[in-house]
Ligand binder design. Structure first.
Ligand SMILES: [Zn+2]
Length: 77
């Protein structure tokens, strides 16, 4: 175990995760919102478009995508 810097709020914490325990619930809310948006429409032209549609910022989106937290996303990069 080592100190990590939270990817959302920047505080230091000890955990296996990328975010502190305060931000884990925010991550969960963002991910469930994204997955419900993607059920309706899974083809976006860019991460920015998905960010605008969901209200989730681009750096969080990139983190969710690289951690495979959101499914069915079909972005042509
Ligand atoms: Zn945090």
């Amino acid at each position: 175990m080592e100190f990590k810097k939270c990817m959302r709020c920047g505080c230091f914490f000890i955990s296996e995760n990328d975010v502190c325990c305060n931000c884990q619930s925010k991550d969960k809310m963002d991910i469930s919102k994204l997955n419900s948006i993607l059920e309706e429409n899974n083809s976006f032209n860019s991460i920015q478009d998905l960010s605008i549609a969901s209200g989730v910022n681009v750096s969080n989106l990139n983190r969710f995508i690289s951690n495979n937290k959101i499914s069915g996303l079909n972005i042509k990069l």
